[in-house]
Design a protein around this ligand. Structure first.
Ligand code: GLA
Length: 731
């Protein structure tokens, strides 16, 4: 049993393989307090942590200091208005305009398995994988119920949390802030790790000491954004890849979020994570309920690398779904950087023919195949084929591509509408805008109001028709702007604050329907590169385009940051042509291939026009992907050296679960004297097993490779950006 309730102690204990999470009920007022989250404990009589019955602060004994108690007590789910300076998890406005609320424990339920969250993506598992605790608390004056839901995945050391609010009263209540998770704990000199970025520079890791005050990462642009990952880790100052305490939190959501740490006197930390309260107001009529998105939490005392591996296993086994969750993804060639908007059937077929000869497995036609779209100024929303470019329609093209032995994939941007489109001319009210104000454009486009079911129906109808018209086996779902001018023609004035969350639910509805109707489809999400790379999207698409930046050097850093949270199998990674279209840098073709190998492998170039020497590399790169894809997508990932930190070498490795096979990737970004005899300490091997490095005659023990290191020798005058792969196999 992963979850135990100790009635006498009034304590719930949630155990994973290596961690324990404890909640307690306290005092005659039935407060729910947070007792502990950390390394696994045997003890359960832990109620004393919240303060004994003799505590001077106890509200039932000491009414004169009630506010001081409220301000410092470690609440499991703090509500507004009771005292103290710390940010609460829940804020409401009741029918009288008041915001104060107090929760009291009412009942609880423990059951095997995990229920789905209506309308939202969430982790899942069988009754053997996961157990769930639901604790119901209530504000007895308002009759507002708050159900705290915890699911415990023992094997991956993960506890997930979310909250359901039920209005059991006879008055309308407005929710203005509903966090998905909150943890109170003593501050033991922690650092905070976050991941920030920009267009073409996603995945940059930040780490800083947590000072007093509040520190947060957030999105207020309607999608998760390039700016910050919906992720936060706190770790001990000494934590590195292999050592130290780390708490990682990641939100399964694709819209506005906030992840916040407050360090307040007397050195107490409060972590909250949930939908961003800015532009959020949700009306609960009597009888209504609201479900928050889910937060995934993991704890380890074995360093950042272990947090990463816990999240990877959780997402590979309990979030990513469908036919391709564990299956090999076809090596694709995307025509965006190859042709941009300038293509027709003949050009695409020339590329496809050459691609097929080289071993590439799928052609993806990117932006520009629909409406009258010859640049990015028109036609979004007009999802019917442009027969001037593709005479005979998609079927004619797809059949010929299939005849060459390639699969076929197609780009859409279903959430958008161009002002110059038939859709916008027919339904200007489908766009998000404030009546009477000119809505701002980005990339010359508006955002469709997907919170409205008629808009979802309209868009879905067009997608379904296109996808049913030919053998389309992959969709790249793009989303190229932020949301603003928040106004919906479909919502009354008092519900305009629901627009953003309804929008995200509309996106989920669309992607969910797509997968139900086309179960064999491989979906890849994208948002101007990695502007919406989050666990919510991973629930629908097993892979996400990591960045528009395919420069070998920039990608090393981007992929390091994204892979700290998400499995390698989810990172869209392609080889593109040089000089790179974004940075102008030239990195050897072989190295570009090695960088792309860390994700879903593919190409983003015109195979008929690249230098012959590069083209000749493709068959061996294809072979390399076939050889290593399983190890890379299913193995344990270890970050060995960080180019972002050392500005010289990038190195990571993947080890299969049996610790019998491993692949080490090193990229020597700058060829500096001495690097040709650099030793790299490996991780994750069995110290007692012997490993042969394929292509070399000697064998090394796991302990030699981990404690002395692998001699990663490179050619003396090989130049910059040289990569080396080492394939290790057990005797
Ligand atoms: C976005 C994507 C690119 C490409 C273009 C097409 O920028 O990130 O990969 O699909 O749109 O317009």
């Amino acid at each position: 049993m992963a979850i135990q309730y100790y009635e006498r102690e009034r304590v719930w204990k949630l155990d994973t393989k290596n961690t324990t999470y404890v909640i307690g009920e306290f005092d005659e007022e039935h407060f729910l307090g947070h007792i502990y989250y950390g390394k696994r404990l045997a003890a359960h009589d832990l109620g004393y942590v919240l303060g004994g019955q003799e505590s001077g602060f106890l509200p039932s004994r000491n009414t004169k200091d009630r506010v001081n108690f409220m301000g410092t007590f470690a609440m499991e789910y703090p509500t507004h208005g009771l005292g103290g300076n710390r940010e609460e998890a829940l804020r409401i406005v009741d029918g009288n305009g008041h915001g104060t609320m107090q929760l009291q424990y009412i009942s609880h339920e423990i059951y095997p398995g995990k229920k789905a969250i209506p309308g939202l993506p969430a982790t899942f598992g069988t009754t053997a994988d996961v157990e769930t605790l639901e604790i119901t608390a209530e504000d007895v004056l308002l009759h507002l119920k708050v159900i705290l839901k915890y699911s415990v995945f023992e094997a991956t050391d993960v506890v997930t949390r979310y909250v359901t609010i039920e209005n059991c009263s006879e008055q309308t209540v407005t929710l203005t802030q509903v966090m998905s998770a909150c943890i109170d704990m003593p501050n033991e000199q922690f650092d905070m790790i976050t991941v920030h970025g920009n267009w073409a520079r996603e995945g940059q890791i930040d780490r800083a000491r947590i000072m007093h005050g509040t520190h947060s990462v957030e999105s207020m642009c309607g999608k998760t954004s390039h700016d910050y990952q919906p992720f936060l880790a706190i770790c001990s100052h000494n934590a590195d890849q292999n050592r130290g305490e780390v708490y990682g939190l990641n939100m399964v959501y694709s819209g506005n979020f906030i992840a916040r740490v407050t360090n307040s006197f007397p050195d107490q930390l409060r972590i909250t994570m949930g939908i961003h309260p800015s532009d959020f107001r949700w009306i609960l009529q009597p009888g209504d309920r609201f479900d928050t998105p889910e937060v995934v939490m993991t704890y380890t005392d074995c360093g950042i690398g272990q947090m990463t591996r816990n999240l990877h296993d959780q997402y590979r086994n309990h979030l990513i779904q469908g036919k391709y969750a564990h299956a090999k993804r076809p090596i694709l060639l995307n025509n965006w950087e190859a042709t941009y908007f300038d293509f027709d059937t003949q050009k695409l077929l020339r590329i496809a023919k050459q691609a097929a000869e080289l071993g590439i497995e799928m052609l993806v036609v990117d932006d520009g195949w629909f409406g009258r779209r010859n640049d990015d100024n028109s036609s979004l929303g007009d999802w019917f084929v442009n027969e001037e470019k593709l005479p005979g329609g998609l079927k004619t093209l797809v059949d010929q591509v299939n005849a060459l032995g390639l699969k076929f994939g197609l780009w859409f941007e279903p959430e958008m509408v161009s002002p110059d489109s038939d859709l916008y001319r027919a339904h200007p009210d489908y766009a998000i805008a404030v009546p009477g104000r000119r809505a701002g454009m980005a990339r010359n486009q508006y955002v469709l109001d997907l919170g409205r079911s008629e808009v979802v129906e309209c868009v879905y109808g067009m997608l379904k028709q296109v996808l049913s018209s030919a053998n389309i086996e992959y969709v790249k779902w793009d989303m190229n702007r932020a949301l603003c001018d928040l106004g919906s023609y479909g919502l009354p004035a008092d519900r305009q604050g629901e627009l953003l969350h309804r929008y995200v639910m509309g996106v989920y509805e669309l992607q969910g329907r797509l997968l139900r109707d086309f179960p064999n489809l491989l979906l890849e999400n994208c948002s101007s590169g990695g502007g919406r790379f989050d666990p919510g999207m991973l629930y629908y698409s097993p892979q996400i385009w990591t960045s528009d930046d395919t420069d070998g050097l920039e990608r090393i850093q981007i992929q390091e940051g994204i892979a700290m949270i998400y499995p390698l199998s989810s990172m869209g990674a392609h080889v593109s042509d040089c000089p790179n279209h974004i940075t102008g840098r030239t990195v050897p073709f072989e190295t570009r291939g090695q960088v792309a190998l860390a994700g879903t492998f593919g190409y983003e170039l015109d195979v008929t026009r690249i230098p012959e020497a590069d083209r000749n590399c493709i068959p061996s790169q294809v072979k390399m992907y076939h050889q290593y894809h399983e190890l890379i997508s299913e193995g344990d990932y270890y970050r060995l050296l960080s180019y972002s930190e050392n500005h010289q070498v990038d190195a990571y490795m993947v080890v299969d679960k049996k610790r019998e096979e491993a692949l080490v990737s090193c990229i020597f970004v700058q060829n500096r004297p001495g690097d040709n005899s650099r030793r790299i300490k490996l991780q994750g091997l069995d110290p007692e097993k012997y490993y042969r490095i394929i292509g070399e005659s000697r064998e090394y023990s796991g302990e030699e490779l981990m404690y002395i290191g692998l001699l990663a020798d490179t050619p003396w005058a090989g130049g910059d950006y040289r990569g080396r792969l080492f394939h290790l196999q057990c005797r």
